[in-house]
Ligand binder design. Structure first.
Ligand code: E4P
Length: 217
């Protein structure tokens, strides 16, 4: 399971990258707007911090314009993944990127059949948005299971990148289903390390150790 961070906050990203456990980054136009920075600069900085896949999203809606934008984004760094919306135009662009060896992440996926079309177009990643489906009254994690089945049935190489993750339970279910990757808000990534019994157990061990008066070094 590859763990990506869904953020344009480079200070937080630098701190969390020190864990050695961040495999990639995703961004979207909302996150770029939130950063208040020039898109090219922020994507270039993220690509220096994290050597794994870094998704940068096109904002054109027609294939020809998406291709031009995607080529510009892909030129920022070799680890840029061009993020494209799951539309007919988007999937036309994905086929072109795929032929020219540019990695793609097809975003805003809300059904197994949409994911099938993204895989047939040659997407490197497809991003089903589980949190937004839950918000809509549907079962977000059910979609991950369905896409896993579709991709396994037909041996697609496209990786399932679970997106719009809101909680540790989303992530746990994604791991149990066998999704390939998940992109997490930094707070969810940080929460993964925590358990109250770990803290309590460590406090007790350290207190008992102190009573011995020993030192290992
Ligand atoms: C992923 O690629 C998206 O940027 C992100 O996960 C969307 O999450 P949200 O639904 O919390 O905005």
């Amino acid at each position: 399971m590859q763990l990506f961070l869904d953020t344009t906050d480079t200070a937080t990203l630098r701190a969390l990258a020190e864990t050695g456990l961040v495999d990639g980054v995703t961004t979207n136009p909302t996150l770029i707007a939130k950063s208040g920075r020039n898109m090219t600069e922020v994507i270039a900085e993220i690509c220096e911090i994290i050597q794994g896949p870094v998704s940068a999203e096109v904002t054109a809606v027609e294939a020809a314009a998406m291709i031009k934008e995607g080529e510009k984004l892909a030129a920022i760094a070799p680890n840029v993944v061009v993020k494209v919306p799951l539309t007919v135009e988007g999937l036309k662009a994905v086929q072109t990127f795929s032929q020219s060896g540019i990695m793609t992440n097809v975003t805003l996926c809300f059904s197994a059949l949409q994911a099938l079309m993204a895989a047939k177009a040659g997407a490197t990643f497809v991003s089903p948005f589980v949190g937004r489906l839950d918000d809509h009254g549907a079962e977000g994690m059910g979609l991950i299971q369905e896409i896993r089945t579709v991709f396994d049935n037909y041996d697609f190489d496209t990786e399932i990148l679970v997106a719009s993750v809101r909680s540790l339970s989303h992530l746990k279910e994604a791991v149990l289903i066998g999704a390939d990757c998940a992109t997490l808000p930094p707070s969810v990534f940080q929460d993964m390390f925590k358990h109250p019994l770990t803290d309590r157990g460590l406090d007790a061990f350290l207190a008992d150790w102190a009573k011995t008066g020993q030192s290992i070094l």
